[in-house]
Ligand binder design. Structure first.
Ligand code: TLP
Length: 340
């Protein structure tokens, strides 16, 4: 049986065409700004996002952290939605590296302008300054949900009234682009800094890009250096990123279609998906967590548990429509094994 790996969209392997692009890339020392392929990737990313400048970083985590550090001062409060990646899955980086506190607002990951307004601290000696709002789009732990554009625009207006900066964790921004038809630059416009990942649905082996105004990217660059993220002849990896942006954006629609089919199949098997998937993730509930993990693994079906009784299946380039039907067949067997 072949392994069907739904743990994340990070598990894809570079396609032959991507490997060819990587092998042929021109390279130079990027710390001296001399890697032409990195420079090309950065220019392409800045252009797609409608920002002045961009910086290639090794991961989405580093991208978020260099932006939080750039847009805040130690002691500040950063607002984020519940279950935000910057809060749950980055080793407490915001506290450890920027010295800030994260306060969650809203419910279920998304929030609105009123949530921001009511969380703003008075400009008074007892309170720490509330200086940054971070938005995650698509929002991972709420099921790959899309943060509505009007809501983001209203949040930005309120944040600006209070002198706050805005950062977008757009690890899966292009999933939102493809699902809505709203361009990356429209999604990015309200934000000072935006991180998007090449290594998720876009299927590059590594890397993220931070985009923003020249002045911010200059500061982000220093923060990247501080964290040991200065890279040398990484044009091969940048070439994978360019290939991903040029060839793997529109195909995200396949992943979204596959996620919907998977969710419908899971529901038919009694697996309780949490709502209709908006992009490439299907979160679902099952009471017997240990049994489900054991029986799926025994059938070479890899699906990650995310919290008690909740699993996440993510669709991506390495699982096609036939694989979804294959997975549903294996899941039917899993469910009958669990029923004994
Ligand atoms: N998410 C990973 C895990 O860390 C949970 C995944 O498999 O989904 N922002 C968001 C919204 C993310 O989902 C991730 C990765 C990141 C940032 C961090 O990206 P990397 O893994 O490149 O540091």
């Amino acid at each position: 049986m072949t392994i069907l790996d739904f743990r994340s969209d990070t598990v894809t392997r570079p396609t032959p065409a991507m490997r060819e692009a990587m092998a042929g890339a021109e390279v130079g020392d990027d710390v001296y700004f001399e890697d032409p392929t990195v420079n090309r990737l950065q220019a392409l990313a800045a252009d797609r996002l409608g920002k002045e400048a961009a910086l290639f970083v090794p991961s989405g985590t580093m991208g978020n952290q260099v932006c939080i550090r750039t847009l805040t001062r130690p002691g500040d409060v950063v607002m984020a939605g519940q279950g935000a990646h910057v809060l749950l899955y980055e080793q407490g980086g915001a506290a450890a590296l920027a010295g800030v506190q994260i306060e969650t607002i809203g419910t279920g990951g998304l929030f609105d302008a009123r949530d921001v307004a009511s969380a703003v601290h008075p400009d008074e000696q007892h309170y720490s300054p509330t200086t940054l709002v971070t938005v995650e789009n698509t929002h991972n732990t709420s099921g790959g949900r899309i943060f509505p554009l009007e809501s983001i625009q209203a949040i930005a207006a309120t944040a600006r009234e209070h002198g706050m900066a805005l950062h977008l964790d757009g690890a899966r921004l292009f999933n939102a682009v493809v699902a809505t038809g709203v361009s990356a630059s429209e999604w990015a416009a309200p934000f000072d800094t935006v991180t998007f990942c090449l290594s998720k649905g876009l299927a590059a082996p590594v890397g993220s890009v931070v985009c923003g105004a020249k002045e911010q990217i200059h500061r982000v660059h220093r923060a990247r250096k501080l964290l040991g993220g200065g890279m040398r002849q990484v044009g091969g990896l940048a070439a994978a990123g360019i290939h991903a942006l040029e060839h793997h954006v529109e195909r995200l629609a396949d992943d979204h279609r596959n996620a919907k089919r998977l969710a419908a199949g899971l529901a038919a098997l009694g697996l309780e998906p949490q709502g209709e998937p908006e992009t490439n993730m299907v979160y679902f509930r099952i009471e017997d967590t240990a049994g489900f993990l054991r029986e799926t693994r025994a059938r070479d079906l890899w699906i990650n548990p995310m919290e008690a009784h909740v699993f996440r299946a993510v669709t991506h380039l390495d699982v096609d429509a036939d694989d979804i039907e294959d997975a549903l067949g294996r899941l039917a067997e899993v469910m009958s094994a669990l029923r004994g």
